[in-house]
Design a protein around this ligand. Structure first.
Ligand SMILES: [Zn+2]
Length: 411
């Protein structure tokens, strides 16, 4: 599988070759490469996880690129499987409908449209949805749910087909696509091909400022090639004859509204305000990433001081939740199978599998708590409250939990 990695030499946003290594993390297995029992005797390939900063435009990125067919054509979690994700996706769609007011019958295209959850909301509001999704299972479930979806990676070719068959789009929405795409220029070329003259391109991506301020390093994964700030994007869209007119910072995400130069939307003060915050935080400088590196080390030490007494007493330590991000978390915090014996996660397709690279077995949460672990580390820390409540209801006793991020704490 080693041949599936290529190394790029230029910045994805501006093409400059002046890229500086600013943060070198522990190499990890691919975050979604869960394995079954038969594959557990084979060691999985570990890939470098190094962030480079562009000296010209300030964009932070991975330059070691794993072939996207390895990354995205495996089983992945559908939005519909996670109630909290459905709720936030619906709320986002409602916000977009209110804000952009697409006409009845307008074409709305989702890129990386998952199982069609977001687009179904537009369908219900009287618009015509069209998805594009590379994960075949997800594309199939979107189609079964009534959302026409092209299985594949969005490209100028797919954009052309959609335009021929369905016309131009009033809104093109890229969910997380900017972070995943190696060839961004091709994505934007496709968007321009597809977007009506007065159309809006909307993107949603993890926000670098929240990642560094919160010390949320577990979002650094091979599939996330770009770590986005507003300032480099302003210049990038301008270089594509487009303009970033507004941004929203919400729950660690950055959402942007982009139009062709001279379009109808008026730019508001949000873009400038975030650029200013980024400047003050020194987001385009290596210092921010050096600080993040130190913070990871501090998190590791603080967590270990909570785990060591349990380990020395021969107690059973287990994990709660195995999202893709937990792969990074486990590797960067040095938590292997010697430390965490088992993980409880109720995602149906993960049952009976083990975690990528480290091969920690996954089982249903109630089965895990029946083994009475002495300490549970909440790996899916963003859902800590719900997971702890669920585990406690199966436990019949209070239990001891550690939430590792943003700062390790015992509950
Ligand atoms: Zn650049």
């Amino acid at each position: 599988m080693a041949e599936a990695v290529t190394r790029r030499t230029t910045c994805r946003l501006c093409g400059s070759a002046a890229l500086t290594l600013v943060l070198s993390l522990e190499p990890t297995a691919l975050a979604n490469a869960f394995v079954d029992a038969a594959a557990m005797c084979t060691a999985q390939t570990l890939y470098p996880l190094d962030i480079y900063l562009c000296e010209r435009c300030g964009h932070a990125q991975l330059i070691d690129v794993v072939d996207p067919r390895w990354l995205f054509q495996r089983h992945r979690t559908a939005i519909a499987e996670v109630p909290a994700a459905v709720e936030s996706t619906d709320a986002w769609a409602d916000d977009l409908i209110r804000r952009l007011r697409p006409r009845q019958g307008a074409l709305i295209v989702g890129i990386g449209s998952n199982d069609g959850t977001l687009l179904r909301r537009f369908d219900a509001a009287g618009m015509r949805p069209q998805g594009v999704e590379p994960v075949l299972d997800l594309a199939r479930s979107a189609i079964n749910g009534g959302v026409p979806t092209f299985p594949g990676f969005f490209s100028p070719g797919i954009a052309e087909r959609i335009e021929e068959e369905r016309g131009r789009a009033a809104v093109v929405i890229a969910q997380n696509v900017l972070a995943h795409a190696d060839d961004l220029a091709a994505v934007i070329e496709g968007v321009q091909q597809l977007l009506a003259r007065d159309g809006t391109f909307v993107f949603d991506v993890a926000y670098l400022l929240d990642m560094v301020e919160g010390g949320l390093f577990d979002g650094i994964l091979h599939e996330n090639l770009g770590y986005y700030a507003v300032a480099p994007l302003v210049r990038f869209f301008h270089s594509c004859d487009m303009e970033l007119v507004a941004v929203q910072r919400t729950n660690g995400r950055l959402r942007g509204f982009v139009q062709r130069l001279g379009g109808n939307l008026r730019s508001d003060a949000t873009v400038e305000a975030l650029c200013e915050l980024e400047g003050r935080a020194g987001l385009a400088t290596p210092t921010v990433f050096e600080d993040l590196g130190r913070r990871i080390a501090a998190t590791r030490n603080a967590l270990w001081s909570l785990l060591e007494p349990v380990q020395q007493a021969g107690g059973l330590i287990a994990g709660l939740g195995a999202p893709a991000k937990s792969t990074s978390l486990l590797y960067q915090l040095g938590l292997d199978r010697q430390v965490i014996a088992l993980i409880g996660d109720d995602t149906p397709w993960k049952q009976g599998l083990s975690t990528p690279g480290l091969h920690i077995p996954i089982m249903p949460t109630d089965e895990l708590v029946r083994r009475r672990p002495d300490l549970l580390i909440v790996l899916a820390w963003e859902h800590a409250e719900a997971l702890i409540a669920q585990a406690r209801s199966c436990l019949g006793w209070e239990g001891r939990f550690v939430v590792p991020l943003p700062e390790p704490r015992q509950v």
